[in-house]
Design a protein around this ligand. Structure first.
Ligand code: ADP
Length: 421
């Protein structure tokens, strides 16, 4: 392990009296298919969860990498396993717990919070976890196999290490349970709809966070579209802070094209690919989730940074497709909302890509969007001109903070929910 130091949580950012005994803290886990993010938050600090440190293990299947940073972003520690190593999710979570125990010696863990993608019919809000909850969430894994097993597995692994500590699950689908029935439904026979084939919607923890942040910037905005553009990408139409429609549907493959996921595809094309035996269900799923999207279109990369730097016509065509798809959904959601007051960009691409923001805004002049190029280059928060009919914003998302907030609210019911970070 590089730079191994016995690390104590940084002092100075908290009141001196709070330092006299160990700091009660919660750990938040956000498991992706090949990554595990975590954040440690003080459990007793005021109304807003206070970050103590945050880290991640990336590239778990090849060349895994562990980094931890202090709350102010300064590096704390890193570790690389090497190119020919792989770390599974259980080993990754155990590694993080062992690291916390060894290095954050002033901290007493009192709970864990987990991002879980699919809460199903049962969970329209965060919930305390027990064996029955985990069994139910496991039973949904066939609907969303790329994240759900890892999310649920994380809670089981944590329970093995800390059987007496409470754990909370926060669901990406919960935020979208406010969508009207028509937006949650597919035109299928009742028995198929009743089996759980419905428009669930995802990225809800991020949209929940943005809906708490936006009133600080645009308090009068009622009709809002948020574009969460990361490795996975989706858009959400919000009316008065509540989801009324969203682009990801039954699973996390649909809606916008993503780094390596296809986005919307007609069902008859999928049937054809199966019927013609070009794919079976396993290879079809792998192709749609790992070889499609921006990677599939460009044949170069799914990483926006690479595509933006490329002069290759295929990269330009992939970027064009991406902004075209977003424009279509903005048009549809402006209709759903009866107009548009604000557009928000968030997540890796939304927060960092001056080019993607400019390209989408250029397609939205008809809607009253006027980009302020200097503000866009500077990264916002407001990137539209003062006279733009629709205000446009860049607001960094923070799913871990939102999970910490919900976790603390459930383990400390006397706590009042803050309206923003
Ligand atoms: P996820 O959590 O879904 O893996 P992130 O929100 O971390 O995704 O976003 C990852 C994406 O953000 C990557 O596709 C990457 O290309 C993109 N990204 C990160 N930094 C930049 C940048 N400076 N310019 C353009 N895209 C960026």
């Amino acid at each position: 392990m590089h730079n191994m130091v016995t690390m104590r949580p940084r002092q100075g950012s908290r009141a001196p009296h709070a330092r006299q005994s160990s700091v009660r803290a919660i750990v938040v886990f956000n498991a992706g298919s090949t990554s595990l993010k975590f954040g440690v938050y003080a459990a007793d600090a005021g109304v807003s969860p206070e970050l103590l440190c945050a880290g991640r293990i990336d590239n778990m299947t090849a060349d895994p990498h562990f980094v931890v940073k202090h709350a102010d972003g300064k590096p704390m520690e890193s570790h690389a396993w090497g190119k020919h190593h792989a770390v599974d999710h259980k080993a990754a979570l155990r590694f993080v717990l062992a690291w916390l125990k060894t290095n954050l010696t002033d901290i007493e863990l009192v709970a864990a919070g987990h991002r879980v993608v699919l809460g199903g019919e049962r969970y329209g809000a965060p919930t305390l976890i027990d064996g029955d909850v985990l069994d139910y969430l496991d039973s949904l894994a066939m609907m969303e196999p790329s994240h759900q097993p890892y999310d649920v597995g994380g809670a089981r692994t944590f329970a093995e290490a800390y059987p007496d500590l409470p754990q909370v699950a926060c669901f990406d689908t919960s935020f979208h349970r406010t969508m009207p029935g028509v937006a949650q439904t597919y035109a299928l026979p009742k028995e198929v709809r009743d089996s759980g084939v419905r428009h669930w919607g995802y990225h809800g923890i991020s949209y929940d966070y943005i809906s708490h942040q936006l009133p600080k910037f645009a308090p009068a905005a009622r009709r809002v579209i948020v574009a969460h553009l990361g490795g996975g990408a989706s858009m959400c139409a919000l009316l008065d802070g509540r989801s009324v429609d969203t682009t990801m549907g039954f699973g996390t493959l649909s809606g916008l094209p993503m780094a390596t996921r296809s986005g919307d595809l007609p069902p008859d094309a999928l049937l054809y690919l199966l019927r013609s035996k070009q794919f079976d269900t396993t290879t079809l799923e792998k192709m749609l989730s790992e070889r499609a999207g921006l990677l599939g279109l460009s044949g170069i990369s799914g990483d926006m940074r690479v595509l933006q730097k490329s002069a290759d016509a295929r990269a330009l065509a992939a970027l064009d497709y991406f902004t075209y798809a977003m424009m279509k959904y903005v048009g549809a959601y402006a209709a759903v909302l009866g107009g548009l007051d604000a557009l928000v960009f968030t997540a890796g691409i939304g927060e960092n890509s001056v080019q993607v923001r400019a390209a989408l805004c250029a397609r939205l002049g008809w809607l009253g969007v006027t980009l302020d190029e200097n503000a866009n280059a500077a990264g916002g928060p407001r990137i539209s001109t003062v006279d733009s009919k629709v205000s446009v914003w860049v607001i960094p998302t923070n799913e871990e903070w939102m999970i910490a907030q919900h976790t603390l609210a459930l383990i400390q019911p006397e706590r009042k929910a803050p309206c923003s970070q």
